[in-house]
Design a protein around this ligand. Sequence first.
Ligand code: FRU
Length: 614
Amino acid sequence: MTNIKRFITVMSAIGIMTSASIPAVAADELKIEHLGVNNTFVRVTGDNKYLMLPVQESNDDAKINVIVDGKIAETIYVRLAKSKTDYMVPFDLSPYKGKNVILDVVTPQGRSSVREAKEDACWKGMALVDPFEIPDTETKYRPLFHHTPLYGWMNDPNGMFYKDGVWNLYYQYNPYGSKWQNMTWAHSTSKDLVNWQHEPIAIRPDGLGSIFSGSSVIDHNNTAGFGDDAIVSLYTSAGTNQMQSLAYSRDNGKTFTTYPGNPILTLESEARDPNMFWNEDTKEWNLVLAHALDHEMLFFTSPDLKTWTLQSEFGKGIGAQGGVWECPDLFQLPVDGTNEKKWVLICNINPGGPFGGSAVQYFVGDWDGKTFKADTDANGKIPTKWLDHGKDNYALVSWSDAPDGRRTAIGWMSNWQYAADVPTTQFRSANTLPREIGLFKGDDGQIYASGVPSPELLAMRDKLVVNKSGVKLSGKPSIFALPAVNDGICEILLDLEAKENEKVSMTLSNKAGDKVDMTYSVKDHTLSFDRTKSGIVDFSENFPAVTVAPTFEQNGKVSLRIFIDRSSIELFGNDGKFSMTNLVFPNEPYSTLSVSSNGGKARITTLKIYSLKN
Ligand code: FRU
C-alpha cells in the first residue's frame, strides 16, 4: 500500500473522511471579536464538527480558554499564526454540539494596537469544516512501517498493553501543533505491530494538569475494584507540580474514566512516569517512579493500584548521571543459554546519553519485590549500559501482558536535542520498530540486554532484490542497488567476515551526494555510523553525529540487519546484541549500498536486500 493510501485509510479509521475541497460553512456561525490588543473572542454556533486553527511554528503559544455555556471546558495552547500559516490543526467541536462555544484567545505579547492585532493571519485563516482535510504533504519523510501520529507532535510511548490479539499503544501527543504542548494520551492499535490504526484520544488534560507518561496493566483479579480485566493506567498529572493519577477503562482501552480520588500519589519533589506490574512472587503490585531531578528511581508496592507504599530507591550516584532520569521499566527475563533469570531496570536519561541528549540506560540485577540490587563488574562497580547505540531511541518501555512471555518494547525515535527542529512539519516523530528484549552473557561475564526486531516484521518482506554470497571485498567498493520502488525502503541482511586490522566500510548513498558511512572495525570490535553527510543535517548542531556500538564478537564476524524507512535507519547486529537507531533526512532516497575493505581479506558471506510492503 502506498503511503498516501495508508494515510487516508487511517483518517477514515478514526471517522474522518477526506474531501477534495473543504465545504463552505455559513459565515455567521463563526464570529471573531477583538476585545483588546491581546484578547479575542472566537464565537462558534451551529453543528460544525471542526474549527481549523492556523498555526505558525515560530510564534509563541496563545492561551485559549474554551468557554462552553459560560464555563471553562478546557484550556489549550496553540501557536496561532501571526504573519504566515505553516499548517492547520483541527479543534474538535463535537463534544460541544448544540452549545454556545467561545474560544477566549489570549495571544502572546508583541502587538501595539487592536488594529495591528486584527492583522494576525490566524483570524482570516480560521474555518469551520466538516469533514476536515489534512494534506499529507510529507510523504518524503513520513515512514511507511513505523508508527507515526497522523498530524501533530508525539513523544514517549505510554501505557502499552496487549489484550485479545490487539497491541495497544498510547503516546504523548499534542493535537494542536507539531511542537511539545497540551500533553494528552493519544491511542493507536495494531494486530501485527506493522499496521497501526489511529483511535480517538484516550486521556485529555484536566484540572490536575496535562497527562504525562505512564503505564497500563490489565487488572485480571479486579484488585482495584473497577471490574475483572479492567485496564488500569497510571500517569503523571503535570500541573504546578507533578503527581500521579489513575484512569481506568472497561472497554479494552478505548475510553478511560479518570479516578475521582486523583491524584493518588503525591511527593514533596518532582517524580513522574509511573511504571507498574503485577509481581507474581509477592502477590502485589510493584511500581517504579522516576525521581527525575534526583537521578534515581523510587519503588512502591500496592495491593489495589490506588494506595502505594514507598519501599526503596535506586540510582543516586550510579550509572550515567548527566541528565534527568525518566520513563522507567522493570521486568524479568531469562539469560540466553543459561538457567538464570535476571531483572532489567530501564532508566531513560536526558541529556547524558553516550552521543549527546537522550538515551536508554539500563541496569541488570535482582529484584525482590521491594529493592533493586544491580550487578557489579570485576571491579565491584555498577556498569553503565545502553540499550541502543544510536541517537534516536528514547523513552523506550515495554508492553504489559505481551503474549508467550515476550518482552516487546518500543521507543520514541527522536532526541530532545532536536526533536522539535527536524525537517517535517505536519507531524513530528515516529516510534522505533518494536523489538523483543532478551538477555545474554558477554565475554566479560556481564549480562547485557539484546533487542531484535519483533517477528511480525518478517511479514513486511516483499521482493528479494539482491541475493549474493561469497563476495570478496577490496579497496574498490562492491556496489549493490537498493530497491527502486517505494523510495528505496528496504531491509538489508549483511553477513561479513574480516581479519585482524581490517575495516569494512558500508556506505548508503544517493545521486544528490548524501551518504551514510557505516564502518566495522575488527580490531576495535565496533560498528560506527556516520550521518554527518546523510542529507539535511543543518537544522541542529547536535544532529550531525557519529555513533558507535560494541559488536560483541571476537572473531571478525558481524551479521547485520538494517531497516531503512525514508527518514530512519535501524541497525540490529549479531542477533540483537547491539542495535543502533538513527534518523536521517536524505535529499532523495538512498539508492546504493557500497561495501569495501581496506585489508583485502574481508568478504561478504551473504547479502540479501528485500523491498518492503506493509
Ligand atoms: C520524557 C518525558 C517524560 C514526561 C514526558 C512529558 O521524554 O520528559 O518524563 O512524562 O516526556 O511529555
